[in-house]
Design a protein around this ligand. Structure first.
Ligand code: ZN
Length: 367
């Protein structure tokens, strides 16, 4: 829980216990510091004063400043994790451990995303890299009995032709649980997501769910231009709250924003968690979900972000529950609707026994 949380113990316990669905979580932003240190030593990646670093020092090294100057500054925190994740063994282990960590939040369904093209610098093939993440997700899911799906990310600053090649490999893993396609990276340096329209077409034609990062730079206009890709979800998109006509359009088109308040503070696009527009968007009928974005880079857990949503942002428990449940409704489970139905039934059974969750706001505004 946040150290300054004012929530009472029963509410905190409920936030920890309630089943959760997390849709916006980056593999390379969520390494365990102890694992990062071990991998860095094994692969001889520590130099100079870093050679003697301990786990606490590695944790500090992997956590981005709060706040950073901007999104570009925030993304520097990913440089070391990417260097550590250049072989199949590291990718599989880090994915497995992330599923274990996610399960400790009471999460029952998670989508984990990463950019396969960033993990081929030392000779690993795209196919072997994706297979390693799939293997880690599968073993993690077996160990925790949570449901895991994967999202391949095209990097904004790479060449569209390279990301078309990545998409062609990624779609071969659909039956292995890779069910979504995203685009992320330095928005100021490559603002137009339509550069990747061809890669998206490959993903969409193969049946992957479509999402895209937007609005960590450039405001509501960046969210609006992303609609050209016809996504069903947008990662972040919080500046939508500055543009009433865009809010109305997302509501009408049922495009969900996968929001991460703490990460947005770190990227310096909102001044504080309390000022994040999550509650305002939700109450206006814009479909939203709540995630961490990066557990390690933001030094965060989903339980703590749920605490923030209630304590700092002011969602009622009923509203938070509606946001949580909505994540299952828009999860990239479109190839396994029976599984979606069974997860929704599990969530509904939990809520039926918890009057606080069926209190004010528990009905999704525009549902
Ligand atoms: Zn993200």
């Amino acid at each position: 829980m946040p150290l300054d949380s004012l929530l009472d113990p029963p509410t905190r316990q409920l936030l920890a216990r309630m089943p959760k669905a997390e849709l916006h979580l980056h593999l390379d932003g969520s390494l365990r510091p102890a694992t990062a240190l071990e991998l860095a030593r094994e692969r001889k990646l520590l130099r100079g004063a870093e050679v003697g670093m301990d786990v606490a020092a590695m944790r500090a090294r992997l956590t981005a400043p709060m706040p950073c100057r901007d999104q570009r500054d925030l993304l520097r925190a990913f440089d070391l994790p990417i260097r550590l994740m250049q072989d199949a063994e590291a990718l599989e282990r880090i994915t497995h451990e992330l599923v274990m960590d996610v399960a400790s939040d009471g999460t029952r369904y998670v989508e984990i995303r990463w950019a396969p093209s960033l993990h081929v610098r030392c000779g690993l093939s795209l196919r072997s890299g994706i297979a390693a993440v799939v293997a880690g997700a599968r073993s993690g899911a077996a160990a925790t009995r949570i449901t895991v799906r994967l999202i391949a990310v095209a990097l904004r600053t790479l060449e569209p032709s390279d990301e078309m090649a990545m998409a062609r490999v990624a779609v071969d893993f659909l039956a292995d649980g890779l069910t979504g396609f995203d685009c992320a990276g330095r928005e100021a340096d490559a603002p137009d997501p339509m550069r990747f329209a061809a890669a998206y077409a490959i993903a969409r034609d193969a049946g992957l769910g479509i999402t895209c990062h937007a609005g960590e730079w450039g405001g509501a206009a960046q969210v609006r231009r992303t609609l050209e890709l016809e996504p069903t979800r947008i990662a972040h998109g919080s500046p939508t709250a500055d543009d009433p006509s865009l809010m109305a359009e997302l509501t009408a088109r049922r495009v969900t924003l996968d929001l991460c308040p703490t990460s947005n503070v770190q990227a310096a696009i909102v001044p504080s968690v309390a000022a994040h527009p999550l509650a305002r968007l939700h109450r206006a009928g814009v479909p939203v979900t709540l995630s961490t974005d990066d557990r390690t880079v933001s030094d965060l857990t989903l339980v703590r972000e749920y605490d923030n949503a209630v304590d700092a942002i002011g969602l009622t428990l009923g509203e938070l529950w509606a946001v949580d449940r909505h994540a299952l409704e828009v999860a990239f489970l479109h190839h396994d609707e029976a599984l979606r139905v069974s997860l929704l039934a599990e969530f509904d059974a939990f809520a039926a026994a918890e009057p606080l969750l069926s209190g004010p706001g528990a009905v999704f505004p525009a549902a």
